[in-house]
Design a protein around this ligand. Structure first.
Ligand code: FAD
Length: 397
């Protein structure tokens, strides 16, 4: 696209014209998006070629070199056109921005263009059976074998590990050092012998994550991100990117259950609770709580937009991402609660007669929302970050 020299409205007109010309109309429906059609493939290729998979990344790494304001225009215009960004996942959300900021020039050149084009699925090897919130207790062993790293250990709750091509993984490279000081962040090719994944079922019936086992798995010597034994700093920075992006997903009502709630929350209430003689929602108590939720959601979205505008020159998120992650999880969970409450007995379906797919989807979305305050760091842990790193309060210990 042409360089608009900061004229966002001129850029908007161009983006709109591009979308009108390039977004296949067959993908406007949820069903259309779910099918692996030729149109879906074409759309992915077009977005990748345009650099809009990672719109703010430099062009040399597969992005479009857009400002944050322009990237927001792309997202807004996609929503207006009924389109969506087909390139995402943990590559774009978490490891991509981390490599862009902290990787070597060689690491950037090797990994970022593939991520920006959505060519590989990435997973996150942080949690272990004995290391969740207390992440620095992780034990997965990584030994220097001269021309490669050798990795042995187990991860858990690894989202999409069974589908992943690559894993960004926290490993222990110095078992003798203090626990925060012997950790490194290494990139592991998941398509090699010795990698085993066993899907685990989530409460809503999906299997989005896995137990992941590494037995004599290899990693390239130059696939350690950041300094050797300096992985804790990398891990924390990556979590800021992740929490920032999770907040945006939660604000859009998308995390974990894309398009699960196609109606606005008040439309569910209108449909299932009904209206009184004056055209208001018939249940005054639900009406009050629904209005409170809508106000909170609106304030959250405006705060996200303001934070994006105020972020100086693509400097990226800070520890304040924990505020947004905490608030976003609460608002998403309130929304799911209000929807099933409004649906009454219809909101309790799992399978069988008498429920259409829409109602079943809401029950499952409500169950899925329980994970919002756990994934990406639990709400308690995010509150601890806010207390210590944003407010500067003393550690209670
Ligand atoms: C849907 C989903 C997807 C996930 N995907 C991934 C993934 O891709 N990769 C990955 O590595 N992990 C993933 N996780 C794991 C997630 O990061 C952990 O579940 C989370 O960090 C909590 O760790 P834990 O489950 O071991 O709970 P614990 O750490 O055992 O915590 C149990 C409870 O104690 C509380 N608690 C613990 N420590 C403190 C403290 N210091 N102060 C106050 N309260 C505390 C917690 O808030 C929580 O309520 C995923 C989890 C979910 C639910």
């Amino acid at each position: 696209m042409a360089d608009f020299g900061g004229d966002v409205e001129a850029f908007r007109a161009e983006a709109r014209a591009w979308l009108d010309e390039n977004f296949p109309p067959s993908l406007k429906t949820t069903a259309g998006r779910r099918a692996a059609t030729a149109d879906a493939k074409l759309w992915r290729e077009r977005v990748a070629a345009q650099g809009w998979g990672a719109p703010t990344w430099p062009r040399e790494y597969g992005g479009a070199g857009l400002s944050r304001a322009e990237a927001r225009v792309v997202a807004e215009e996609m929503a207006r056109a009924g389109a969506y960004n087909p390139i995402g996942g943990l590559g774009i959300m978490s490891i991509g921005p981390t490599i862009l900021e902290l990787g070597t020039p060689e690491q950037k050149a090797r990994h970022l263009p593939h991520i920006a084009r959505g060519e590989f699925e990435w997973c996150q090897g942080y949690s272990e059976p004995g290391a969740g919130s207390d992440l620095a207790s992780l034990q997965t062993k990584c030994e220097d074998k001269g021309d490669h790293w050798l990795i042995n250990g187990q991860k858990i709750w690894t989202s999409v590990a069974n589908l992943a091509d690559w894993c960004f993984c926290l490993v222990r490279t110095d078992p003798a050092a203090k626990k925060h000081e012997g950790i490194s962040c290494v990139l592991i090719d998941m398509r090699q012998p010795g990698v085993e994944t066993r899907p685990i079922k989530l409460i809503n019936g999906d299997s989005p994550f896995c137990e992941t086992f590494f037995t004599d798995v290899h990693a390239a010597k130059d696939d350690v991100i950041g300094p050797l034994n300096g992985g804790w700093t990398i891990a924390k920075r990556l979590l800021q990117f992740e929490r920032d992006n999770i907040s945006i997903g939660l604000g859009a009502g998308a995390l974990g259950s894309p398009a699960a709630a196609p109606l606005a929350v008040e439309d569910y209430a209108r449909r299932y609770v009904g209206l009184d003689d004056e055209g208001r929602l018939a249940d005054p108590d639900l009406r009050k709580r629904l209005v409170e939720h809508k106000m909170e959601h609106q304030a959250f979205q405006l705060t996200l937009a303001r934070a994006a505008d105020e972020a100086k020159s693509n400097q990226g998120p800070s520890n304040a991402a924990s505020i947004m992650k905490y608030a976003g999880a609460k608002i998403a969970q309130d929304r799911a609660e209000l929807i099933v409450e409004a649906m009454g007995a219809n909101g309790l379906g799992w399978e069988g007669d008498g429920f259409d797919g829409q109602e079943l989807a809401q029950t499952r979305a409500w169950l899925r929302s329980k994970a919002n305050s756990i994934e990406g760091g639990s709400s308690e842990i995010n509150l601890n970050v806010v207390s210590k790193r944003v407010l500067g309060l003393p550690d209670p210990k």
